[in-house]
Every structure is written in C-alpha cells, then in structure tokens.
Design a protein around this ligand. Structure first.
Ligand SMILES: [Zn+2]
Length: 498
C-alpha cells in the first residue's frame, strides 16, 4: 500500500515539475487519419491553458454557425501591458480546406510551452488564432458558412470570423502579423507543363506600393533570408511566395496587391505583415498531414525566433513608420500592375510523372509593381449620412468620423463621365473617366454628411476604399456598385482645407 502511494506521489511530483505538455495532439490521437475537429481543438486549447501560466485561451468571436473562435495569448506578464514587448499575431485557417495551418498552430502552441522556447516571451507577447474558419474546416471547404472567401473580406469586414481577427488586432495594435495558408500545386495546367511547385513552405511579403518601403525592404533583406536558412537547415524546402500558372504561359508574381486579404489589409497599416503558404496534400486534406503540419509549425517558430532576435529593431521600425503614416499626405497609388524588371526567379519544382526534384528558371517573372495612377490625398472625405453602406464600412473598420462639418473649405466632387473596362492583374475593372467639380463647403447642405479626416492610422485604407478610380475600392464590390454610375456625381466628396 505504502509502495503504491509512493509511486502515485512520485508520479504526481513528475507531473508538477514537468516542463512540457505531455498530452498528445488531437492529430496524433487521430493517428494522422483525420484532422483535428473543432470539438477536439476547443478541448485541447483549454487544456493548454490549464496546464501553463504562460498562456491564456480566450474566445474572440463566433463563426456564422456559432462555433467559437479562439486566441491563445502567450505572455510572461499581462498580455499587451508591457510596452517594451513586441506584439505578434499569427492566424491560421481562414480557408477551411487548408488544414495544416491549424494543425501547425497546435504543434507550435505545444512547442512554445517547452522549456527551450520560453525565452521567446522575454521580449514577445504572442497571440495565436489556430482556426479562423471553423465552419469551413468541419466540411473541408475554403469558404465560411455564408459562402464568403474570408481572405477577400478584409476590406468590407462583414463576416464575423474576419471581424474577430480585426477586433483583436485593433485592441493590441500588433507590430508583426502572419496569415497562415496552404497552396495547391497539383493543378492540371502545371501537370500538363510537366512539373509542380515543390516548396514545403512559401513566405509572402507586403507588395502594395502604398506601404512603407522601409518595412518592405526589411522583410526582403532581413526576414526572408533568416526564415530561408532556418527552414533549409531543418530540411524543409522554401521559396518566396509566387502565384501564377506555368512559366511562359501565365506570368508569375508575388500574389495580389489587394488590401482585402489578411496580409495587405494589416500591411497597409504599416505592420510587419506576412502570409505563409504550406504545400497542400494531393487529396487536399489528409495526405502527408504530419509533414505539412510540422512545416507550418517550423516556419512559424522561425518567424518568432527572428522577432526575438530583432525585437528592438522591429519595434523602432514600426513605431517610426506608423508615426510617419499619420502625417503622410503623399499621393496614393490607386491603380497598379506587376511587371517584369528583368529579374529571374529560380523555382524549386518536382517533375511529373517521375517525381524528380529540380529547379526551373522563370523568365516571365513579374516581381515589380508599377504605379499606374496616383491621386492626391484630400484632408478629409465627406460621406452622406444616408449612405448606410459607406457608414457601415467606416463602423466595421472602427474608422474615426464626426459630424462637425467645417464652415470653410473646398469640395472636390467627382463627375463620372463614362466608365470603361480595363483589365489589371487578370481582373476586369470599371475604369471611370472623371472630371472634378469644385464647390465651397457652404454651398452644400453639410449637415447631411459625416467628416472622415485622414490623419488617422487607416488613412490609406480610406483613400483606397473611397476613391472612385481605385481598382481596390469599395465600388468594385457588387453591393457598392451603385456608388459609381455614369452621369451621376460620385456621392463621397473630397474636402480640402482653406
Ligand atoms: Zn488560403
């Protein structure tokens, strides 16, 4: 009896002093035969919370079908309270059929509780959302239960899952963000070409030309080589994130410039923002899931280690660039396109059908961005109080506006003369020809308008959303189409101080 008690006591003692979380991951419990369900994830993240003082699990919102969305907040103190700490946010599985992001996030969470990784939180407060789209995940579908692609909803911000992410972002003003995805390399056009993209992991950086050049070059020159070395030395293949069809058929570029996704929507606020793309399984689901999940976890851990090493540099860079942004009244590029600047890209690929690893040199590599049209910034926009869609947009973004319309100043009102169609980045846009009608503000019934001043952190979001010629603007979305009509003045006015 005493012996049994002694053993039990020793066992309890081991549990108490044990440094790492011994429980298996849900994926392991499932023998890698099925992915982590929302129920398993909920239980697991709560157990992690119970196990460690380093992290707190909180619910940040609910999906369309009412499933909880969780954040795991890692901090040695009160999260977000110590202003010397670098604030970092990673979020995974906006696309429900990209399962390895979630699985990788859970591996990462467990690894971060291991003794050898705890040093990271001397300089970092880290928030991890392992699953943004639980409804999509449960049925292995890309979109949420409203059939919306969440990673195209960061400008409208209408879906509860995306709102949860942005509300959390707004609360802590994270300096570094990472949006975790998977890419599918096995499409028919690449198969016909005879190769498919090989990289276990691809890292995408901010490309929108309105984002601070200093942040973008920091990504390319500092972050990218660090992650590359880290992953290659751990036997994961890696390259910069490229999209596009096979070489010389469709041009290759570094994804979209649109601010409606998880990377650019936060990047445009001068955040050190990234997208991570792991390689999906051939069956888009379970194939190779262990390796896929470990690759995602390793890439995320690499970025955390980079952030620890350069914490002060990043804090200084972001603080400086965000301060500059408040007063940056330089023209905003509202139309832009990728072009080939003569650089070539070496793409790691695997051959069909013999599965031989090789590389191909890409000639039609459209790395650079050309500004096609810039507009000067006004001091503010005037938005009709009656335009509930535009006001809803302001509210979703928590953009500051007021109704103390100034007595003095000039208005610029767009007259829409005609609307042609242009194609940029493979998408068609209505491209209006505009002329400007100048008025004094006291010539209109100013009480019917809200004033949206531009000296605020979302100033470039506001310009890109409201300018009628913006290829990234609200008027490109179906429900906002009526904003832009030939022969009618554009309802949102530009205000210029006297
Ligand atoms: Zn995705």
């Amino acid at each position: 009896m005493i012996k049994i008690m002694k053993i039990a006591f020793l066992y309890l003692l081991t549990l108490l002093v044990s440094n790492s979380f011994a429980q298996k991951l849900p994926l392991e419990e499932n023998n890698f035969q099925s992915v982590t369900s929302h129920k398993q994830l909920s239980e697991f993240v709560k157990e992690l919370d119970n196990f460690s003082d380093l992290l707190k699990t909180e619910e940040i919102g609910k999906s369309v079908e009412g499933r909880e969305i969780f954040v795991l907040k890692f901090s040695k103190d009160e999260f977000g309270e110590d202003d010397t700490k670098l604030r970092i946010l990673f979020f995974a599985q906006q696309h429900g059929n990209e399962q390895s992001g979630k699985e990788g996030a859970l591996i990462l969470a467990k690894r971060l509780l291991e003794k050898e990784n705890k040093f990271l939180f001397d300089k970092i407060d880290f928030a991890l959302i392992p699953q943004v789209n639980p409804d999509g995940s449960e049925v292995n579908k890309r979109r949420n239960a409203n059939n919306v692609d969440l990673n195209r909803n960061h400008l409208l911000l209408e879906e509860p899952e995306v709102q949860a992410v942005h509300n959390l972002f707004n609360k802590y003003n994270f300096e570094v963000t990472l949006d975790v995805h998977e890419y599918y390399p096995y499409s028919q056009d690449w198969k016909d070409f005879g190769f498919y993209k090989r990289a276990d992991e691809q890292l995408g950086m901010i490309t929108n030309p309105n984002v601070s050049e200093r942040i973008k070059s920091f990504q390319k020159e500092k972050v990218f080589p660090f992650i590359s070395d880290w992953l290659h030395s751990r036997k994961f293949s890696f390259n910069e994130y490229v999209v596009g069809g096979p070489p010389n058929i469709e041009r290759l570029r570094h994804s979209t410039v649109d601010i409606n996704d998880g990377r650019q929507s936060l990047g445009i606020l001068n955040t050190l923002s990234f997208i991570l793309e792991g390689k999906n399984g051939k069956d888009n689901f379970i194939e190779n899931i262990k390796h896929r999940a470990e690759g995602q976890a390793e890439a995320m851990l690499a970025l955390l280690n980079f952030c620890f090493k350069y914490a002060n540099d990043i804090k200084n860079l972001i603080a400086h660039e965000r301060k500059e942004l408040l007063n940056d009244n330089s023209p905003v590029a509202v139309q832009m396109d990728h072009f080939n600047d003569g650089n070539k890209f070496v793409l790691p690929v695997t051959s069909y059908p013999e599965e031989r690893d090789t590389v191909i040199q890409i000639e039609n590599y459209n790395r650079s961005i050309k500004k096609l049209l810039e507009v000067p910034q006004p001091d503010a926009y005037l938005v009709p109080k009656a335009c509930s869609l535009s006001v809803g947009f302001l509210n979703n973004h928590k953009i500051y506006y007021h109704d103390n319309t100034p007595q003095l100043g000039n208005l610029q009102i767009y007259n829409i003369e005609k609307i042609d169609t242009i194609e940029i980045e493979g998408e068609k846009f209505g491209n209006p020809t505009v002329s400007i009608i100048e008025k004094k503000i006291n010539e209109i019934d100013a009480e019917k308008y809200y004033v949206v001043p531009l000296n605020q952190p979302k100033r470039k979001v506001i310009v890109l959303a409201f300018e009628p010629q913006s290829m990234l603007g609200l008027r490109n979305y179906e429900k906002f189409k009526k904003l832009l009509q030939t022969g009618i003045n554009y309802p949102i006015f530009r205000f210029i101080k006297d």
